[in-house]
Design a protein around this ligand. Structure first.
Ligand code: PLP
Ligand code: COI
Length: 338
C-alpha cells in the first residue's frame, strides 16, 4: 500500500515500481526491459539534447468500478507517435511494441493505478529520443524508446472548475512547422508564454494561429473547443494544432451521444460572443472549462467564471464515463489490461 492522497493529487511525478526501456541500434529495436530507476545514461552529444530530436505521447490507465484497468484509445497514441517520429527522422516504434510496453508498465505498477472514484489515473509517458555521439545537425544512429508512468490528478487547478486564460502573441509553432506533431521543440517554445501566463494569475495561455494571429489555435498543452449559442460543438482546424485524441473523441460524442452538430472551423479571438461555453481538452487536461479569456485589455467571460456550463458538463460526464468503463464505448476505444 502507498499513502498517496489520490483525491488531491496534482500533475507531478510520483515514485513508481518500474518503467520500460528499449534501445534501437543497427536498424533494429531490442526486446526492451522493465527497470526501476527513471534515470538513463546517454551520450552528452545526443541529438535529443542539442537538436530536440525527440517525440512523446501521453495516455492514461483508468481503474474501473469492477477493479479492472483499461487504456483509452492507445492505438491512436501509437500511430501518432509514429507520425511524430517520422517528422523528426526517428525510427517508428511498431504499434504492437508500443502497446506491449504500455501493458508491461501498467501491469508492473498495477497497485499504483488510482482507485475508481478518485478522479486520478496512472499517466503513461512514452517517448523516443535520439542518442549516441553526434555533433552535426543530422539524425542520430541510435535511439531509446521508453515508457514512464506516474499517478496523476488534475492538470488544471480545480478539475471541473472554470479557469481563466490569457492570449499570447508568442507562437508555439510556425505556420508550416511542427505544431501538429508531438515533438519536444514545440513545448520548449511554449515555456515562456506559459510562465508569463502563470505569473499573471492565469491557468495557461491561448495560442493564436501563427500566420494571422486572429483565430484560436490551442490552449497551452490542450485543444480548444466551444459550444456555440445555437448549440454546435466547434473546434479549430489548423495545421499548427496537435490532433488531440480527446478532442477527436469529443467530436464523436457530441455528434453521436449528444446529437449536436460538430463544426471544424475558425474561432476568431475578436468574436468570442458567438460561444456560450468553452473548454480545453486533452489527456492531461481531460476537459477543463474556460471561464474567461483575456486578450490585451479585453476580458471575455463565457458561461460563468465559477460554474461549469451544462454542455461542457455533459461532455465531461460522457467522456469520463467511457474512460472509467461506466458508459459503453464506441468500438475499439477501450483496451482492457488482462
Ligand atoms: N495539444 C497539445 C499541444 C498537447 O500537448 C496535447 C496533449 O497531448 C493535446 C493538445 C491533447 O491531445 P490528446 O487529447 O491526444 O492528449
Ligand atoms: C497530455 O495531455 O498527455 C500532454 O502531453 C500534455 C502535457 C502534459 C504535455
Amino acid at each position: 500500500m502507498n499513502n498517496i492522497d489520490y483525491k488531491n493529487l496534482g500533475f507531478e511525478c510520483q515514485e513508481t515500481h518500474a518503467n520500460y526501456i528499449s534501445y534501437y541500434k543497427d536498424g533494429l529495436w531490442d526486446d526492451g526491459v522493465l527497470k526501476k530507476s527513471t534515470s538513463i545514461t546517454i551520450s552528452a552529444f545526443s541529438t535529443s539534447l542539442h537538436y530536440g530530436q525527440e517525440a512523446f505521447e501521453g495516455l492514461k490507465a483508468y481503474r474501473r468500478k469492477d477493479g479492472k484497468i483499461q487504456l483509452f484509445r492507445p492505438f491512436d497514441n501509437a500511430l501518432r507517435l509514429q507520425r511524430s517520429c517520422e517528422r523528426v527522422l526517428m525510427p517508428k516504434v511498431p504499434v504492437e511494441k508500443f502497446i506491449d510496453a504500455c501493458e508491461q508498465v501498467v501491469r508492473a505498477n498495477a497497485d499504483l493505478v488510482p482507485p475508481y472514484g478518485t478522479g486520478a489515473t496512472l499517466y503513461l509517458r512514452p517517448f523516443v529520443i535520439g542518442v549516441g555521439d553526434n555533433i552535426g545537425v543530422r539524425a542520430a544512429k541510435e535511439y531509446i524508446f521508453s515508457v514512464l508512468c506516474s499517478p496523476v490528478g488534475s492538470y488544471f487547478k480545480g478539475g471541473l472548475a472554470p479557469n481563466k486564460f490569457m492570449v499570447t502573441y508568442n507562437d508555439r509553432a510556425a505556420p508550416n512547422g511542427t505544431g501538429s506533431y508531438k515533438v519536444g521543440g514545440n513545448y520548449a517554445a511554449s515555456l515562456w508564454s506559459n510562465h508569463i501566463a502563470k505569473q499573471n494569475g492565469y491557468a495557461d495561455c491561448i495560442y493564436l494561429d501563427p500566420l494571422t494571429h486572429t483565430r484560436i489555435d490551442e490552449v497551452g498543452a490542450a485543444n480548444f473547443f466551444g459550444i456555440t449559442k445555437d448549440n454546435k460543438f466547434i473546434t479549430p482546424k489548423s495545421p499548427s494544432i496537435l490532433s488531440s485524441i480527446t478532442n477527436k473523441s469529443l467530436m464523436y460524442l457530441a455528434e453521436n451521444y449528444l446529437g449536436m452538430e460538430v463544426v471544424r472551423g475558425d474561432v476568431f479571438i475578436d468574436k468570442l460572443d458567438v460561444l456560450s461555453e468553452a473548454g480545453a481538452c486533452g489527456t492531461a487536461a481531460v476537459i477543463s472549462p474556460i471561464g474567461r479569456i483575456d486578450c490585451e485589455d479585453k476580458q471575455h467571460v463565457f458561461y460563468s467564471e465559477t460554474e461549469v456550463g451544462p454542455v461542457t458538463k455533459k461532455l465531461f460526464e460522457t467522456l469520463t464515463g467511457i474512460q472509467y468503463g461506466d458508459i459503453e464505448a464506441p468500438e475499439g476505444w477501450i483496451h482492457i489490461i488482462e
